[in-house]
Design a protein around this ligand. Structure first.
Ligand SMILES: Nc1ncnc2c1ncn2[C@@H]1O[C@H](COP(=O)(O)OP(=O)(O)OP(=O)(O)O)[C@@H](O)[C@H]1O
Ligand SMILES: [Mg+2]
Length: 505
């Protein structure tokens, strides 16, 4: 029998994938009108549980009750009709379609046998306006950033009038302003009696919105309790089953060497206006140079141009004092410039191929000895697997089957095995759990120690302050200031990031 007070109950859920017991007897009881946060390390099984609820996967064992009824085998379409909507961790928008078409895909409003486009577009615009989302229903998805895609997914989930909305790391790719919009929506849905299942690795967020917390570790249910019973330290300790002591293991004894890379007056102008102008900075060997700023400040755009993904309008780049030209990413990689990007789907991983293949891909020069040296690749994979604690059954599993955080580790590993002089990291620990985060930070330190220069974009101020030797602060496409580690504080970074840009500069 199901309990009346829960809108959704999962009992003794087991899910086995080849080589992994992803879920092993998990329990979940979800109250209506509450925000229920699921916590656990990368690969703990959070997304798998959510996908079983919404019908993407079928559980091997266990039962699901929804509104008091035992639910049989169900598809995504079934659960959507029942009132369960899900925002996936890895988004997959149809980029050539409009916002409205994406929101109503597969359930378009009809007028007789035909899609009622007029209603579809006016309903969508109403929805967007009501949610304070600054978009037009007719805009194509490719015009939007990842944050935009995320917001549209949220609008879509809300449009379903669901009783349960699952949000798998919805805030990982969006900025503070969008997070504000998201939380407003969550609170208003909650007050209307909707249950929100929320997954996040960000502690401040969890404690802002959680009513209930369920902890999963290695596919096992650990406990469920009211959020008041937890604080960040206790939560982390229960999640990982061990203490994490040093959150930002900055080693200030790493020697800072000569300038290895320099950007001079980088400017990019596009039809729809300038992206950035007069960007100049130096990067030293052994240095971690942080780039702070609000979302949209142009940090990623600058790095994309340096890495050869987008053209520069003017400006010069120097590597070890010599001017270099980078026309495409291949040239960047050959010169020893690497980039780990915020969109691991697009630039990071070939999801349909093995870990082995992914690691070899950008390092072909290193491995190509007439034939591809598979043994050497395997050794490197094994080294990285231990170093980054990547949770994989073996090196031949497809990258797409890894948990979100483990995918990010493979992206990092892929570059770390190469001969890299300048490493650009754009939100390197986005979606990475607290334990793995400090492992990645330690690695950054190790690579700096070996003389690599590291550029790190991060929207998390504690990470910027914790790891950087110097901090470049950008706003609206210009550099507003550079701070030394000793003088940097959250306050003076935010002051620079919101100072206001003179348009005639
Ligand atoms: N389709 C699949 N095929 C094979 N293995 C899978 C598949 N989906 C998930 N797994 C494995 O199941 C385990 C749990 O993964 P899951 O994605 O649920 O983790 P998660 O808790 O969401 O982690 P993260 O915080 O990194 O997103 C992982 O070991 C993962 O590699
Ligand atoms: Mg996940």
């Amino acid at each position: 029998m199901a309990h009346e007070e829960y809108v959704l109950e999962m009992r003794d859920i087991v899910k086995v994938f080849p080589g992994v017991r992803a879920l092993d007897g998990v329990q979940l009881k979800v109250r209506p009108g509450k925000v229920h946060v699921i916590c656990g390390e990368n690969g703990a099984g959070k997304s798998t549980l959510m996908k079983i609820i919404n019908g993407t996967y079928v559980a091997d064992e266990g039962e699901m009750y929804y509104k008091g009824k035992l639910i049989g085998p169900h598809t995504v379409q079934d659960t959507l009709e029942m009132g369960i909507a899900m925002i996936y961790q890895e988004l997959n928008p149809v980029l050539e379609m409009t916002i409205a078409e994406n929101i109503w895909l597969g359930r378009e409003p009809k007028n007789g046998a035909f899609v009622d486009f007029k209603k579809m577009y006016s309903d969508t615009q109403e929805l967007l306006d009501r949610l304070n989302m600054p978009y037009k229903a007719t805009q194509k998805m490719y015009e939007l950033s990842i944050a935009g895609h995320q917001l549209i997914e949220i609008a879509k989930a809300i449009s379903v009038n669901a009783s349960v909305i699952i949000m798998d790391e919805p805030s990982s790719a969006i900025g503070d302003k969008e997070i504000g919009i998201l939380f407003e929506q969550i609170f208003s849905l909650r007050d209307q009696g909707v249950a929100i299942l929320y997954i996040s690795h960000k502690m401040d967020e969890i404690f802002k919105i959680a009513d209930d917390i369920t902890i999963i570790r290695d596919g096992k249910w650990i406990e469920t309790g009211p959020a008041e019973d937890y604080n960040p330290d206790k939560l982390v300790a229960r999640m990982v089953g061990r203490e994490i002591t040093n959150v930002f293991p900055k080693d200030t004894t790493v020697k800072i060497g000569d300038v290895i890379f320099e950007a001079k007056n980088l400017t990019q102008v596009k039809e729809d206006g300038g992206r950035f102008r007069n960007i100049s900075f130096q990067l030293h060997a052994g240095e971690i140079l942080g780039f702070a700023g609000l979302v949209g400040a142009g940090r990623s755009e600058v790095m994309r141009a340096i890495f050869g993904l987008d053209p520069l309008s003017s400006g010069q780049l120097f590597l070890n004092g010599q001017e270099i030209k980078i026309r495409n990413t291949q040239e960047a990689i050959e010169k020893g410039i690497a980039m780990v990007n915020e969109d691991r789907r697009a630039y990071g991983l070939v999801l349909g191929r093995s870990i082995h293949h992914n690691i070899s891909l950008v390092n072909l020069k290193k491995y190509m000895k007439g034939l591809l040296d598979d043994k050497m690749i395997s050794e490197d994979v094994e080294k990285m697997r231990n170093l980054l604690q990547i949770k994989i059954a073996h090196e031949n599993v497809e990258a797409g089957t890894l948990s979100g955080g483990n995918q990010q580790k493979v992206v990092l590993a892929k570059w770390l095995v190469g001969d890299v002089k300048v490493m650009i990291l754009d939100e390197p620990t986005r979606g990475i759990d607290v334990g793995a985060k400090s492992e990645i930070h330690k690695l950054m330190t190790e690579f700096a120690r070996e003389g690599m220069g590291i550029i790190m974009i991060s929207s998390e101020l504690p990470e910027i302050l914790g790891m950087s030797d110097r901090i470049v602060v950008m706003q609206e496409g210009v550099i507003q200031g550079v701070l030394d580690r000793q003088e940097a504080t959250q306050e003076n970074i935010m002051k620079l990031a919101t100072k206001g840009v003179k348009k005639d500069e």
